[in-house]
Design a protein around this ligand. Structure first.
Ligand SMILES: [Zn+2]
Length: 120
């Protein structure tokens, strides 16, 4: 099957598509090629505005959003890895400290008799 590399104008994602698919997307998005994810986001944008937004406006809006400096979610993104590492470390430590409870753990009943006798 003949495929071409198409690059999303919004997020820069490249995808291998058939020329027919590329042409169809271009026709729908004013000559621009957008990946499926961005196409969906653009569609959402239009729906959110009750159809008053043109495809071009929605595209521009999404491009601006996609290209905006990723400062907004940065704080959360920076915090997440540490939390994740800590969580994994905690999990590992817990596994190492206490091996899964096994049925062999309870003390053998024989020992108890001896202890009782010693107490009495
Ligand atoms: Zn995209």
């Amino acid at each position: 099957m003949e495929v071409e590399k198409a690059r999303c104008e919004c997020c820069g994602f490249t995808e291998e598509c058939t020329p027919a698919y590329i042409a169809a997307v271009r026709a729908e998005y004013l000559g621009r090629w957008v990946c499926g994810l961005c196409a969906e986001a653009v569609g959402d944008e239009i729906r959110r505005e009750d159809g008053t937004l043109t495809t071009a406006e929605a595209l521009d809006r999404h491009v601006a959003f996609a290209r905006a400096p990723r400062a907004r979610p940065r704080k959360a993104a920076a915090a997440a890895p540490d939390d994740l590492v800590a969580a994994v470390a905690r999990l590992l430590r817990r596994c190492l400290d206490s091996p899964p409870a096994s049925p062999a753990a309870p003390a053998p009943p024989q020992g108890r008799k001896v202890a009782d006798a010693a107490d009495a």
